[in-house]
Design a protein around this ligand. Structure first.
Ligand code: KG4
Ligand code: ZN
Length: 331
């Protein structure tokens, strides 16, 4: 089954063609980072306008790169939510119109379920059940995953998402947007023992997170060391990153042990983080747990993961109709 995936939930316009939820024929991602960069974050109205400009060329490129004709597509999968409503509407309306013209089924899918299923686009996916840590700019959650479409939420952040904390800390340090990759790079040049920030575990036996405290701690450090901090950016980045990664790794391993799972998946934009990738592999291995992390291209927002999860819903006989609408939050 050849599925066209479409993703426009935030600041990436993406389209991909995937066979049977597993084999990527093409995956095109057009990033708007340069447009939002001067504002230090995503400007929703600008995002929608840029999606409108990009959607047709991006879909055309995905079809071309897949080396198929439009009439070979079997279905369309598109992100329905969560995300920015104006941005989502661009991809969603496009998918409705495209499926109408091509006379093929289409399905609206959940962006977060797309991220979790991104590990199935890799050659050695985890067997069910497994525990997934989703770390992105808008979400930080742990799921017990029993099938492609059945995810039990074990815990989530009570305030900021981890990617959001990275972005905000980068902004405080005057490093630009998006901050995750910049902090990751700087942290490699710093010493994480030099400036130690608090780890917020909340209840150590539960799986909720809180990242607003560490963000405040970094801000307080900057305020109380107004001159000094400028020469300590690498150590601050390393100290912040180590504190965040410690909590993420502890909680997801704890969840896997509690759920008796010997496979963990780490997905979402922050899964690209080098220290997280390194530490989770080290710590999980000593407990006999195998870790699955997608390649860098599949960590950030992309449409291959949307075509991927779409396949599993379509295989269950589900499809959307023209009355369905986008949603900003998962209810
Ligand atoms: O999944 P994603 O592409 O978009 C959302 O659905 O939110 O995640 C984007 C987030 C941003 O907050 C970005 O700063 C963060 O992922 N990120 C990273 C790294 N690369 C991207 N955070 C830490 N380390 C990285 N290497
Ligand atoms: Zn995402």
């Amino acid at each position: 089954m050849k599925i066209l995936g479409i993703e426009t939930s935030c600041d990436e316009t993406a389209a991909a063609v995937v066979i049977d939820g597993r084999k990527i024929l093409s995956s095109v991602v057009s990033s708007q980072i340069a447009i939002h960069h001067p504002y230090g974050g995503v400007v929703p109205e600008l995002a929608s306008r840029k999606h409108i400009e990009a959607i047709v060329p991006v879909v055309n490129e995905a079809i071309q790169n897949a080396d198929i004709h439009l009439n070979q597509l079997d279905a369309i999968a598109v992100t329905q939510g969560p995300g920015l409503v104006g941005a989502l509407l661009v991809g969603f309306s496009f998918a409705k119109a495209y499926s109408f013209v091509l006379e093929i089924p289409w399905i609206g899918v959940n962006h977060l379920e797309g991220h979790v299923n991104s590990v199935f686009l890799e050659p050695d996916p985890p067997p069910f059940p497994f525990v997934a840590l989703l770390v992105s700019g808008g979400h930080t959650s742990i799921y017990h995953v029993t099938s492609h479409t059945r995810l039990e939420l074990l815990g989530q952040t009570r305030d900021d998402a981890v990617g959001e904390a990275y972005d905000k800390v980068a902004k405080m340090l005057g490093l630009g947007y998006p901050g995750g990759k910049i902090i990751d790079t700087l942290a490699k040049q710093g010493n994480s023992d030099q400036i130690v920030f608090p780890r917020s575990y909340l209840d150590k036996s539960a799986f909720d997170f809180s990242f607003s405290g560490i963000k405040t701690a970094v801000n307080r450090y900057i305020q109380t060391h107004p001159d000094e901090y400028k020469t300590q950016i690498q150590d601050i980045a390393a100290g912040f990153q180590e504190a965040v990664v410690d909590v993420l790794v502890y909680k997801v391993i704890h969840a896997a042990i509690e759920k008796n799972c010997d496979h963990i998946a780490i997905v979402g934009g922050v899964a690209a983080n080098s220290r997280l990738r390194q530490k989770i592999r080290q710590d999980a291995e000593t407990k006999g747990i195998r870790v699955h992390i997608p390649s860098f291209d599949l960590c950030g927002d992309n449409a291959a993961m949307i075509a991927g999860i779409g396949y599993y819903y379509l295989a269950e006989g589900k499809k959307s109709d023209f009355r369905s609408d986008v949603y900003s939050r998962t209810v």
